[in-house]
Design a protein around this ligand. Structure first.
Ligand code: 6R9
Length: 657
């Protein structure tokens, strides 16, 4: 790590103390860190105790066959019972579980926990009637509608692990996943609403089913929710079943079965370094403990009074842990929104916050930066005073975006919790505790109580405060992945071989410890560049660019360079006010980075673009930008939210070179 890089980071001296009333009534206080350190297994047993177990567990952790973990050994539990039935039994049946907001304005529906219990029971009965048995895999390919959550919980109820595939993914992506986990059935919809128009889903399911069949895997049933009422070109009476027929006619009585704590709950596919996606396997007791505990602790949830909203899609791990499982295990009231942030107009999210009095809000830095770009007038026109806490997830949040989020959306009174975690970790690992930790823009701070993280050098030795290295988790945790579905060897290789001697989980991220010992996650280590032997973070240069008044968003990649090994190439979107930025914009920005970080970080190239290539979950696909920067044919764009973006960028770069 170059001295200059670190000194730039250490310039960040803004601090925000927890609000006094939040601190006074916080769910988790500072003593939890000590308690968890003093007896880690007892601490996790206590967290598991927030769930209802049919049979109590006998042993907290069995790590004898590391890195294959068993948590809460001997316990029997049902995740759906914990997320729904027990709240009704406790007298909270009338509490709203979901405020559903469809994309078409006024298409709203509230579901109470009692109603949800009926619908989940009906869906569980319907799946069983369609031949789905405990242990069978069920794919879910849905828009963000209540039936998506209901389908997940119905699967959990009968012990059939689900695999949710993003509604925005192609039929190819769906087919690969169907075949990899050998899904017995698919739950889908005719379509959903996106940017004001119905967008079809069922045709992609038909295609994917055909592709999977040609690879030797037959899906036997497809359960279809009628969401848009659009025409369906094909309907196979032997396979396709309408949800309103099968679920609508099913009984609302369903006696749920309880499963071993290690019974598989779901498989979530995520991209790895190779082309083949990894099916991350999570099991029931540990995962639910982790998601429920962290949702309660990090968001300071008060289920009687809070209205929570996480804007993620359920096709992403954040939607699993912080829409379906964590909040519902805690009996929360939440908003579920189907559409895009700017449909029918740019203030849609803020209208929803105002209408439902949202108190806890969880979104991604990429969304925050796009709102920054639109200007503060839009949120300023709404009453956002109900908000008491803001969360961020998915990528490092630049200090500028953090401060804007807190200042403009949070009226300078809400803590911002920057939460670091992964599909593999199942739940939040590193985050401030809102009633305890002061906020430091750009830092995820320290591991939450019960979690042990470290920043180490290549040999696995902890780095001193003030330096950088690789982020590892040094002890197992309940919501950890159990394996990669069907590939134990890849599981061991990917996560546990780098620091085998120490037994550390290697997250694949680079991080720094500042002089206070607080953590700054820098992004994937493959995003860390090496320019003339100096380690530079893409994130840090991006932050420097975004701190320029004319820049709305920036993505940086390291491109091969004969002289320096790698060279910094930046793609920037200018703010609306900046117009085309003026004739010297490229030189201005290169010098700005030089000034902010140092000469070593000065980009070789700055390209002004209109859009950046992003996945559906909002991650910038730097791999594609790297192709442009290295003058290569642009690679696979199938996981982009909008695949036309790359055409524009490639054309622009040719025109300017
Ligand atoms: C939850 C989720 C995981 C990767 C992770 C890291 C990046 C997520 C972050 C963050 C910095 C944060 N990441 N949260 N980086 N600060 N608060 O995003 O899961 O889709 O599996 O991505 O995302 O690089 O390794 P997933």
């Amino acid at each position: 790590m170059s001295e200059q890089t670190l000194s730039n980071l250490l310039k960040e001296d803004r601090r925000f103390e927890p609000p006094a009333d939040l601190a006074e009534h916080a769910n988790l206080t500072a003593e939890a860190y000590e308690r968890a350190d003093a007896d880690y297994e007892a601490f996790w047993a206590e967290q598991a105790g927030r769930l209802s177990w049919e049979t109590p567990f006998e042993r907290v952790l069995d790590w004898d066959d590391a890195p294959f973990a068993k948590w809460f050994v001997g316990g029997r539990i049902n995740a759906a019972y914990n997320c729904v039935d027990r709240h009704v039994e406790a007298g909270h049946g009338d509490r709203v579980a979901l405020h559903f907001v469809g994309e078409p304005v006024d298409d709203t529906r509230d579901l109470t926990y009692a109603q949800l219990k009926d619908e989940v029971s009906q869906a569980a009965n319907a799946l069983t009637a369609l031949g789905v048995e405990t242990g069978d895999r069920v794919a879910i390919y849905m828009p963000m509608i209540p039936e998506a959550v209901i389908a997940m919980l119905a699967c959990a109820r009968i012990g059939a692990p689900h695999t949710v595939v993003f509604g925005g993914f192609s039929s190819d992506a769906l087919a690969t996943r169907l075949a990899d986990c050998k899904a017995k059935a698919i739950v889908t919809a005719d379509g959903g609403y996106r940017r004001g128009a119905p967008s079809a889903l069922k045709p992609a399911v038909d295609e994917a089913r055909a592709k999977a069949a040609s690879n030797g895997h037959d899906v036997s049933k497809v359960l279809v929710v009628q969401r848009t009422g659009q025409d369906l070109e094909t309907w196979d009476d032997d396979v396709d079943v309408w949800w309103h027929d099968a679920v609508g006619s099913a009984s609302t009585e369903h006696a749920c079965e309880f499963f071993d704590a290690e019974h598989p709950l779901f498989v979530m596919y995520t991209s790895g370094t190779t082309g083949k996606p990894k099916g991350i396997l999570h099991t029931t007791g540990g995962y639910l403990t982790g998601s429920a505990y962290t949702h309660w602790a990090v968001f300071d949830l008060k289920p009687e009074t809070d209205v929570y909203w996480c804007t993620a899609d359920i096709g992403w791990i954040t939607g699993h842990s912080y829409i379906t499982y964590g909040p519902m295990a805690n009996g929360a009231t939440q908003v579920l929104y189907e559409g895009t942030p700017d449909s029918p107009e740019r203030g849609r999210w803020w209208d929803i916050i105002e209408k439902y009095g949202v108190t806890l809000f969880y979104t991604a830095p990429t969304a925050i930066r796009s709102f920054m770009k639109q200007g503060r007038e839009i949120p300023d026109g709404r009453d956002l005073s109900s908000l008491r806490l803001l969360g961020s997830v998915g990528e490092p949040i630049n200090p500028e975006a953090y401060v804007w989020y807190r200042h403009v959306i949070g009226a300078d009174k809400t803590p911002v919790v920057d939460t670091w975690w992964q599909t593999e970790t199942g739940s939040i690992m590193i985050s401030p505790l809102p009633g305890v930790t002061h906020g430091k823009p750009g830092s995820a701070m320290i591991p939450i109580p019960g979690i042990s993280a470290e920043v180490v050098d290549d040999e696995g030795n902890p780095v001193p405060d003030g330096s950088g290295g690789l982020l590892v988790l040094t002890k197992p945790w309940p919501s950890m992945l159990r394996t990669i579905y069907g590939d134990d060897e890849r599981y061991v290789d990917t996560y546990w071989s780098r620091f085998r001697k120490q037994g550390y989980y290697f997250a694949g991220d680079g991080a720094k410890k500042d002089t206070d010992g607080d953590l700054w996650v820098l992004g994937r280590v493959d995003d860390v560049m090496n320019v003339s032997g100096h380690r530079l973070s893409t994130t840090e240069i991006e932050s420097a660019l975004v701190s320029h008044p004319k820049v709305a968003e920036a993505a940086v990649v390291g491109a091969q360079d004969e002289d320096t090994g790698q060279a910094v190439c930046a793609f920037v979107i200018l703010t609306d006010e900046a117009g085309d930025g003026g004739k010297d914009i490229v030189e201005d920005l290169r010098n700005h980075v030089r000034k902010e970080i140092g000469p070593i970080a000065k980009p070789r190239q700055v390209m002004v673009v209109a859009e950046l290539p992003k996945t559906r979950s909002g991650k910038i696909m730097r791999r594609l930008l790297k192709d442009v920067a290295e003058n290569r044919e642009v690679g696979d764009v199938t996981t982009l939210a909008d695949s036309s973006v790359m055409d524009l960028i490639s054309k622009g770069s040719k025109a300017s070179s």
